[in-house]
Design a protein around this ligand. Structure first.
Ligand SMILES: Nc1ncnc2c1ncn2[C@@H]1O[C@H](COP(=O)(O)OP(=O)(O)O)[C@@H](O)[C@H]1O
Ligand SMILES: [Mg+2]
Length: 219
C-alpha cells in the first residue's frame, strides 16, 4: 500500500542543512497496524505528514497504492487523500466556524455523498462517540479531549482505507484513550490500515508492528 524510498527532509538553517528525515525506507502492507514511537523532535509527525501527503520531502520516492505521489498533480493528490485517507491531528485542526456536526460532515461533502446518506453517517458517528448532545456546539466550546473525539469521528467519516493518527489519545483521559485504542483495533480487524504515533508503550502494543524513530531515522 505504501512504499517510501530514501526519503530525506531538511530545513536550511543559516546555510546548513538541518535534517528532519534521513534516508527513510519503509514498506507498509494493506491491513497493517503500525505504532511509531520516538522522542519529541525525532521526526514522527513529519513522517506521518509525508505519508498523509500534507508535507513533501526534499528527496526520495513515495508510492501510495502504486501511484507515484511526489510527481502527481496536486489535484490528484488531494483526490487520493480524500478517497482513501483519514487523518487525526495532534492539535485537532477542527474548523472553528463549523459545528461538531458540520466538522464531521466535511469529508463527506468532498466525497460527493448525498445529503441523506451524510446525515445517517454523521448520526451514527455522533452516537458511537457519545457526542449527540454536542452536535451543535463549536470546537471552542469543547474540552481538548472532546475536540480530539470529534477529530477522530471526522477522520472516520469517509470510511478511509488508511487511518493516520498523530498522538490520538494525547489529550484524552485513560478510559477515553483505551476506548479509542479498542476502536482502532476493531477498525484494523475490519481491514483499515492504521499508522499511529504514540508516546504510550501500552497504546503502541495495540499495533502489529512498532517502529522507533531517532534523529530522523528509523531504528
Ligand atoms: N518549519 C520548520 N523549520 C525548521 N525546523 C522544523 C520545522 N518544522 C519542524 N521542524 C523540526 O523538525 C524536527 C522534527 O519535528 P516533528 O516531526 O514534529 O517531530 P516529532 O513529531 O517526533 O516531535 C523538530 O526538531 C522540529 O523542530
Ligand atoms: Mg509530533
Amino acid at each position: 500500500m505504501i512504499r517510501l524510498e530514501h526519503i530525506f527532509k531538511w530545513y536550511s538553517v543559516a546555510g546548513t542543512k538541518s535534517f528532519i528525515l534521513k534516508d527513510i525506507n519503509l514498506t507498509i502492507e494493506e491491513g497493517d497496524f503500525i505504532s511509531i514511537m520516538g522522542p519529541s523532535g525525532s521526526g514522527k509527525s513529519t513522517l506521518l505528514n509525508v505519508i498523509g501527503m500534507l508535507d513533501e520531502p526534499n528527496e526520495g520516492k513515495y508510492f501510495f497504492m502504486d501511484e507515484d505521489v511526489l510527481t502527481m498533480k496536486p489535484k490528484k493528490r488531494t483526490q487520493l487523500f480524500q478517497s482513501h485517507m483519514g487523518y487525526v491531528f495532534q492539535s485537532y485542526h477542527l474548523i472553528d466556524e463549523l459545528t461538531v456536526y458540520e466538522n464531521i460532515e466535511t469529508p463527506l461533502i468532498y466525497k460527493n455523498i448525498s445529503s441523506s446518506e451524510r446525515k445517517s453517517i454523521v448520526s451514527d458517528l455522533l452516537d458511537r462517540f457519545n457526542i449527540v448532545g454536542k452536535k451543535d456546539l463549536f470546537p471552542a466550546q469543547l474540552s481538548g479531549g472532546q475536540q480530539q473525539i470529534v477529530g477522530i469521528a471526522r477522520a472516520l467519516a469517509g470510511s478511509p482505507k488508511l487511518l493516520l493518527a498523530d498522538e490520538p489519545t494525547g489529550n484524552l483521559n485513560s478510559k477515553q484513550g483505551e476506548e479509542i485504542m479498542d476502536l482502532f483495533k476493531q477498525l484494523n480487524e475490519d481491514g483499515v490500515t492504521i499508522i499511529q504515533v504514540t508516546h504510550s508503550e501500552k497504546n503502541a502494543e495495540y499495533g502489529k508492528r512498532i517502529i522507533h524513530m531517532l534523529d530522523g531515522q528509523l531504528k
